[in-house]
Design a protein around this ligand. Structure first.
Ligand code: FAD
Length: 328
């Protein structure tokens, strides 16, 4: 599926990027550096680093970004979440990102911190703080100097009362100034194609990069999918369950599923794929090896229309927006 009016662009090599989270232990830090070094070979557009829910452990986000920078020549994109943080805290984080030389930030509301049975609505908002990501986007853009990425949910955010309402929210984030988006992961590409077509009809023209989670380790991804509302199709669950005592076959299947999913996305114009690595890169590395090897085999044949975003993401986003002194 591709939009008929889209420009034809050759997409070699595929645009990929990777998400890490801050490690908690010294071996975790070593592993992260090794992982980052290994993923360099795929020339990622960027590496993003998560931010603890409610601001917990948020110093580690910056440390992790700096650690990645030590081993990789790559744009690093720290995440920033607003739920429960004061405006001053948010400002301090932005300033630390700016001082470290980062020019892109992924602006989010954030998960609900694991404090009892709270929902997002129960989390107190400090005076002048923000309840939704759109408000944070507006805050960051008004201060200037950052290219802002946001999240979006082709299958709907789990708290949204309707998919339409959630699309409205995404449009609000774009109107607030978002420059690019990364989706929550999904396994049904049709939902992404429909989502993109709908927001394009509503005038959204920013790149919508696909977040991709390999189904590995299977049990962990299955649990996580229930929590975040990602639809794990029955055929995947059945095939994975069939290999319950055979982790090697589960791994191979996870790689095969992700390669097929990524190829279909690229063929149909996805501007890039952002891998949720869970700091365990083995599946991501294998998937990228397949994607890059096939790209060499098919070199010279244009992949399909870039209907879902702008292939210039990596160069366009390296330019920070004009700094402004405006605050609100
Ligand atoms: P929002 O866009 O604010 O939306 C949250 C909910 O509120 C949605 O249901 C939306 O429909 C609704 N909503 C928004 N505005 C309004 C309004 N005006 N009125 C009524 N309803 C409204 N979490 C972390 O804690 N740290 C991370 O580093 C992190 N990284 C992520 C990276 C990606 C790519 C993605 C997809 C998610 C990430 N998350 C992270 C998870 C994310 O924080 C959660 O999914 C969170 O629940 C929503 O964040 P958001 O920015 O999408 O929120």
């Amino acid at each position: 599926m591709g939009l008929p009016s889209a420009k034809r662009l050759t997409r070699h090599p595929p645009h990929v990027s990777f998400e890490f989270f801050p490690p908690k232990t010294p071996p975790g830090w070593e592993k992260l550096k090794e992982t980052a070094a290994h993923l360099t070979e795929f020339n990622p557009d960027f590496i993003s680093v998560t931010f603890g829910a409610g601001g917990s452990g948020n110093v580690r986000t910056l440390e992790t970004c700096l650690a990645v920078k030590e081993v990789m020549e790559v744009d690093v994109v720290p995440h920033l979440t607003c739920l429960g943080l004061t405006r001053e805290e948010l400002e301090r984080h932005l300033e630390s990102y700016r001082e470290a030389g980062f020019t892109r930030v992924l602006a989010l509301r954030g998960d609900v911190p694991l404090l009892g049975q709270q929902t997002a609505a129960d989390v107190p908002i400090p005076e002048g703080g923000f309840r939704f990501a759109a408000e944070l986007v507006s805050f960051v853009k008004k201060r200037g100097g950052f290219h802002v990425l946001v999240s979006c949910y082709p299958e709907g955010h789990p708290e949204a009362t309707s998919l339409q309402g959630d699309v409205d929210n995404f449009v609000r984030k774009v109107e607030a100034g978002a420059d690019a988006a990364v989706t929550q992961y999904f396994f049904n590409n049709a939902g992404y194609f429909h989502f993109v077509e709908e927001v394009r009809r509503r005038g959204v023209d920013i790149p919508i990069v696909v977040g991709l989670m390999p189904v590995w380790p299977y049990e962990q991804v299955a649990r996580f999918s229930e929590k975040c509302g990602a639809d794990l199709p029955a055929w995947i669950r059945k095939r994975m369950d069939g290999y319950r005592d055979d982790p090697d076959s589960q791994f191979e299947l996870a790689v095969e599923i992700a390669v097929q999913q990524a190829e279909e996305l690229f063929r149909n114009g996805a501007p890039g794929i952002h891998f949720y690595t869970l700091n365990h890169p083995s599946a991501t590395v294998r998937i990228c090896e397949h994607l890059f090897a096939r790209q060499q085999v098919s070199h010279g044949i244009a992949w399909e229309d870039a209907a879902y975003g702008d292939v210039e993401l990596s160069t366009a986003t390296r330019k920070p927006s004009t700094p402004s002194t405006t605050t609100r």
